[in-house]
Design a binder for this molecule. Sequence first.
Ligand code: HSE
Length: 316
Amino acid sequence: MKGIKIFSPATVANLACGFDVIGLALDFPKDEIFLYKSNNPGIRINKIYGSPLPHDPRKNVAFVALQSLLKKYKQKQRFDETKIGFEIELIKNIHPGSGIGSSAASAAGIVYGANILLGNPFNTIQLIRFAMEGERIASGTAHADNVAPAIMGGVTLVRSYQPLDITRLHTPNELWISIIHPQIEVKTSDAREILKQKILMTDAIKQWGNVGALIAGLYQENYELISRSLEDVIVEPIRAMLIPAFYELKIKCKEIGALGGGISGSGPSVFMLSKGNQTAKKVTEIMNRVYSPLKVDYKTYTSPINQKGIKWIQLS
Ligand code: HSE
């Protein structure tokens, strides 16, 4: 097999209460990656459509993630690196800096695809670790709550970073998501910088209660419990100021039937979960109504949860 096309989904990290540990994959939007193995050694990103991403390899998350995979492959297989190369074309449908896992989609997609072209030498956790290296250069931190759901699909939980221990959770089919992406810049590194390094025990108690109950709610398909658990008392109160009309969005979306939501990853996107696509569509409509009078460009999406994660097809 020489070439494949990879479809790598957008993701929502944190899911309100699960800062750096919970994330989910969306069906839409998704990046498209054309990846070819060649005998011409080296990694070449030949074209990037839809975004002025850096062609400088050291700043490109796909390049860095693939390089980290190849380094390990070299140790593992003792292959002759002068005989292996990759040609890449990226179609960025997920806007960089949107807060819905644009860098994760590139990093996760490329390592997933390379693993297939190399004959599957690596397991899922190893692929996540390579993709996290891409996240490290994109945001300054090698967090896994976007790359894990991109690769595994559904809702995922990082139990531990050291050692890396990640579980795919039961994800109800009726769960839908609405997203609004205000077209303002919020850098993940800045949005992390403003967070406090110490938290109150009373807040910690509320937060881990919510994380546990959210997971129980997913397994029980108990939408009222999911709704009550979508509460973040630690990160959201600090980051909310970065997003125009954040609290108005939350209140109005819940009034129309959303289960709840919050900031998607480090923002600026905001997500809301709903039971069923009818409610999700109404919620997206309300998001449009809240933002249309504001002097901020924005985009909205309505999507089911992506149960499968990355998909691929073989190219002839
Ligand atoms: N968990 C990370 C954060 C996700 O909130 O900073 C960044 O996309």
